[in-house]
Design a protein. Structure first.
Length: 80
């Protein structure tokens, strides 16, 4: 039996859920900006707050607020 991961935009992830970033649907500029914030492919995040369709995510001891436009371009799989 194969495991099917649910891939969704970060803007749709529920509060308290863990999320692994699997695709950035943007260009090099967005990718560099996210890397400067400590976010890259494979990064595991937890959604700690919603702000409209934007989100605040936690990674380790850091929190990062992402607006709706960016949150829609970050695709990932929900973890457990």
């Amino acid at each position: 039996m194969s495991r099917t991961a649910t891939i969704l935009p970060l803007s749709e992830a529920a509060i308290g859920k863990r999320f692994r970033l699997v695709k950035i649907d943007g260009g090099h500029r967005l990718t560099r900006r996210l890397l400067a914030l400590g976010l890259s492919l494979g990064t595991e995040l937890e959604v700690v707050q919603r702000r409209g369709r934007g989100v605040v995510v936690a990674r380790g001891g850091n929190r990062v607020a992402l607006g709706e436009g960016v949150a829609q371009k970050l695709l990932g799989e929900a973890l457990g």
